[in-house]
Ligand binder design. Structure first.
Ligand code: GLC
Length: 511
């Protein structure tokens, strides 16, 4: 592959990445963003752990055998041994991303799940340090090491304290991306006493030291990375406040100058309305009338009784408190009872929300369809068939659903927070950019007002079509976001370079 003259070498480090191992939105981003940056002519690579079954059907080559990763034990020189497997990017394809898989039988190879083990912090510390050891002894060195969420937050810490001063790492920067500040490690920061909180200043304990389990990987990533990014401009501002800061707001204010926010994108290759084989009828913003067939097919497949006037609302989401489902209970039954509304629920997660939706479906069998099984196909027809998607999130760092939905011509009803606030513009007759319905306060009645506004305007076809078209025509491409990442990475690279040329005077303490 030929890279552009001013191209960069970027290594993404994460615990999940589609299609190899994915649980949530971060896993999708770890596929789409590296590909988009590669398309811009950069040498982009990715490194994830090799969990059980990962790579079984891939053509992997052994890149490093018996890599010795120091455990950090001060008394004895101890190591955990890892292998690194490589999946070479395919030939000349400009969106090819070479992927490395870090293998350790005990901590990754024998684990079927990505998350949820009592020793997770040990696993992520090993992974973080393993990546740095791999780079230290390998032949390829990135300009930027891009780490993601608390799990890989240990890496910027190790990097600053043990690696950045080594000749081999000269000019290398670490960037830490926050996808969700709520998760900070095994340690339950929301319920802990001040005194028990990890202040991030002590060295990372050795892998076998139980204190490692108490570390806050999120705090450490924020403290030690050269730059911090999060997945939308609004979330980057919100996390500076006590309401959204999850106990790290003050630290983030300290690092404000190095904090940015770049919205995620939509993978237009996966979500391609003109060529989506999972649709009953393909369409575009120019021939929206063709979309109607999808509406009918969706209702048919899910046994819903609808007419042209029924307002179909979709909820396509991980079922967790973050997504604002607690707002639904007080109002949803009345809405379904009083109005010509149908509801399509797709997703899985917390038991209590699934039970709530199951009860609704029992009560309104012809109006409500719940789909908790994993089905990669259904969201396509659902986005193309529902009239609106409802996303009442308590917080939403970026959110992908609203963008995918708009791209497919459904009009989002969202709470004004994080990436939802950055992508959805509330309906107002004179605002040409309006593409949805937005409410501010996190309460059921505010949400109800938006749903009713959407319901009424759905009946006014010219208005509704304009909302649909505005959403469909807006650029949510990864290409746009990747260009913003390049500006950020260049800035970080420049500032690390100028630090090398003009080092801070020795003997002056910066605290
Ligand atoms: C997390 C956030 C979500 C974001 C995703 C990818 O899942 O909750 O808002 O879109 O990460 O960055």
């Amino acid at each position: 592959m030929i890279f552009k003259k001013d191209s960069m070498k970027i290594l993404f480090v994460a615990t999940e990445a589609a299609p190899y191992a994915r649980v949530g939105g971060m896993g999708s981003v770890m596929h789409d963003l590296p590909v988009a940056l590669s398309k811009l002519g950069n040498d982009v690579r990715l490194m994830i752990p090799k969990y059980l079954d990962v790579g079984k059907d891939l053509n992997l080559t052994l890149e490093a055998k018996g890599l010795e990763v120091p455990t950090g034990n001060k008394e004895k020189d101890q190591f955990f041994f890892c292998d690194v497997w490589k999946l070479q990017a395919e030939g000349k394809k400009d969106d090819a991303v070479t992927t490395y898989f870090l293998d350790n039988q005990e901590y990754f190879g024998s684990r079927a799940n990505i998350y949820g083990y009592a020793d997770d912090p040990v696993r992520w510390a090993l992974f973080s340090r393993g990546v740095l050891e791999f780079l230290r002894f390998g032949s390829w060195m990135p300009d930027i090491i891009m780490t993601n969420d608390w799990h890989t937050g240990f890496l910027p810490n190790y990097f600053k304290s043990d690696y950045s001063m080594l000749e081999k790492f000269k000019g290398v920067s670490s960037v830490f991306c926050i996808h969700n500040l709520y998760f900070q490690g095994n340690f339950r920061h929301r319920f802990a006493d001040e005194i028990d909180l990890d202040d991030g200043r002590s060295p990372i304990p050795a892998f076998e030291d139980p204190r490692l389990l108490q570390l806050n990987g999120m705090r450490r990533g924020i403290m030690y990375a050269d730059a911090i990014n999060t997945v939308s401009p609004t979330y980057a501002k919100e996390i500076l406040t006590p309401e959204y800061g999850e106990g790290l707001g003050e630290l983030l204010i300290e690092r404000k100058e190095n904090l940015s926010g770049i919205i995620n994108g939509v993978d237009y290759k996966v979500w391609e309305i003109n060529d989506d084989k999972l649709l009953a009828s393909r369409f575009s913003a120019k021939d929206l009338e063709k979309r109607v067939a999808n509406r009918k097919k969706l209702a048919e497949d899910l046994n819903l009784e609808i007419t042209d006037n029924t307002f179909i609302i979709g909820i396509l989401s991980r079922m967790s408190a973050q997504k604002g489902f607690d707002l639904l209970n007080p109002v949803l039954k009345s809405l379904l009872r009083e109005l010509d509304i149908a509801l399509v629920v797709v997703g899985e997660g917390d038991q209590r929300y699934m039970e709530f939706f199951n009860e609704l479906a029992e009560k309104f069998p012809k109006k409500v369809s719940v789909n908790f099984r994993f089905d990669p196909k259904l969201p396509h027809l659902a986005f193309a068939g529902v009239d609106s998607v409802l996303i009442p999130s308590k917080f939403e760092p970026s959110g992908l659903t609203q963008m995918e939905a708009m791209h497919y011509g459904s009009v989002p009803i969202v709470r004004k927070t994080g990436g939802l606030a950055d992508t959805v513009v509330d309906y107002s007759p004179n605002n040409k950019e309006s593409n949805g319905f937005v409410f501010s306060k996190f309460d059921s009645f505010s949400m109800l007002i938006s749903v009713m506004r959407a319901y009424e305007n759905f009946r006014n076809k010219p208005v509704w079509i304009k909302l649909q078209k505005t959403g469909m025509n807006r650029d949510f491409s990864w290409d746009r976001s990747a260009r913003e990442y390049m500006i950020l990475f260049n800035k970080v690279k420049q500032s690390v370079k100028s630090n090398i040329l003009n080092p801070k005077p020795k003997g002056v303490l910066h605290d």
